[in-house]
Design a protein around this ligand. Sequence first.
Ligand SMILES: Cc1cc2nc3c(=O)[nH]c(=O)nc-3n(C[C@H](O)[C@H](O)[C@H](O)COP(=O)(O)OP(=O)(O)OC[C@H]3O[C@@H](n4cnc5c(N)ncnc54)[C@H](O)[C@@H]3O)c2cc1C
Ligand code: SF4
Length: 509
Amino acid sequence: MNLRLVLGDQCSRSLSALADLDPARDVVLMMEVDAECTYVRHHPQKITLVLSAMRHFARALTARGVRVDYVRLDDAGNTHNFTGEVARAMARHRPERIIVTEPGEWRVRQEIEGWEETLGLPVDIRDDTRFMADLATFRRWAHGKKQLRMEFFYREMRRATGLLMQGDKPEGGAWNYDAENRKPLARGVTPPASPRFEPDAITLEVMALVAARFPDHFGRLEGFNWPVTAQDAERALAAFIEERLPRFGDFQDAMAEGQATLFHALISTSLNAGLLLPREVCDAAEAAYRAGRVPLNAAEGFIRQVLGWREYVRGLYWLKMPAYKATNALDARRPLPDFYWTGKSGMRCMDAAIGQTRDMAYAHHIQRLMVTGNFALLAGIAPDAINEWYLLVYADAYEWVELPNTHGMAIHADGGIMASKPYAASGAYINRMSDHCGSCRHDVKAATGPRACPFNYLYWDFMARHATRFAANPRMAMPLATLRKMPPEKLAALRGEAVKFLDAVAPLA
Ligand SMILES: Cc1cc2nc3c(=O)[nH]c(=O)nc-3n(C[C@H](O)[C@H](O)[C@H](O)COP(=O)(O)OP(=O)(O)OC[C@H]3O[C@@H](n4cnc5c(N)ncnc54)[C@H](O)[C@@H]3O)c2cc1C
Ligand code: SF4
């Protein structure tokens, strides 16, 4: 018999580890272990989501006549790590072989690759066919390229999948409609409420377990509202396509007071846990466009996120790990300020993003990139500290997707492998894309003085710190030219404010 493993983010019927399963002989092993909940102290909503999705998936497999050996977190004898649980399951079932779909994270893959030797059994590690680009395809695309720009990978993926194509040309004549997707939320536009997913008995039981077992993890568990089954995830997708996708493109980069989700899809938790497949999500968006229900800039903008960014970051992660995680191109060394946990920075934009992160385990892309990420970039927060924060606080966080987004896109620690320039912005960007500044105690127009917006002086301090490094980068020419023209006493005043602020909130050891 085969012992087939289904890991927490592999709750998909089409999982490669379950292909050719023989219900009469094989056993599916699913393991809840402390090690996976605490290697970073995950948000209680993320732990609840994964454990509840696993329990629902195990129930569905059992209903189909599959033999499932399910180890619960509070089972007596649980060794609380994968290797220990596989060894115990081997003693129970005496399998001839272990079959598993490649895991999403480097550290788990390392562990599994050791099993043939440590457990003395053949281990069949299968490709994760849920993604649209396999890792070999990405490696071939990346081979010999100096720069790995997402946009070119995305075009290859459009051609390969036929999504939004007219023959060999992109639908509408352009590959990318991003220029149309940068509007602040217009007055009088109210985003529709996202659907409710009331916790059922299984989820309530998991919530009680998580609350009791991980009481000191950051984040609120009450209000948990994530899909934990494929059916609920499909309902979430359908609601998004009907109600929010038509305006997703327009307001993709917007931020607004009291609006945590705007026109975003809220499907990353489902995609990453395997409850939705990326291809079905892209097909649904394309079908809505072809039926005339959503404009092209919305459908393209959305498909680019899933077919482009999501597949690209996975390819990059596996291409560059483990060295990727250790890079620190900007020599960032400051500790994480306390307000990333308390949400009490006095900066309205930061506190809004951190507050909703605590309450929902969610912030949308621009909040992650241009608020909390931008602050960390400008302040020079050490990559390990900020990477850990992002991996810990979001319900959709798995290292394969979190690390490139944080390390590469937000804080430029990879030195430009992922992004051609750092996503550094002053308060003016946040003011243009949001209404936060109106209710902030800081003055977004001021760069020095007691009410100055910290993003302003931190921005110029960042530019001055790294002017030599970015001197040859044409995409940095404009800010560096402004920096050069700045009177020395003005720059000194800005830098003085920056150092005073940073030494107060994130003092160097
Ligand atoms: C610093 C930082 C950390 C991030 N960490 C994570 C993470 O841990 N897990 C995660 O899934 N996403 C992460 N992202 C990407 C993105 O912010 C989230 O995927 C998105 O906010 C999820 O919300 P949504 O489903 O409403 O997405 P939407 O904005 O509606 O987008 C639709 C889908 O596109 C995909 N997508 C969009 N942007 C990206 C991207 N840059 N990379 C990969 N997929 C993308 C997601 O699957 C998302 O569900 C991070 C981004 C940044 C800047
Ligand atoms: S003034 Fe500055 S700190 Fe305050 S909300 Fe605006 S950008 Fe953020």
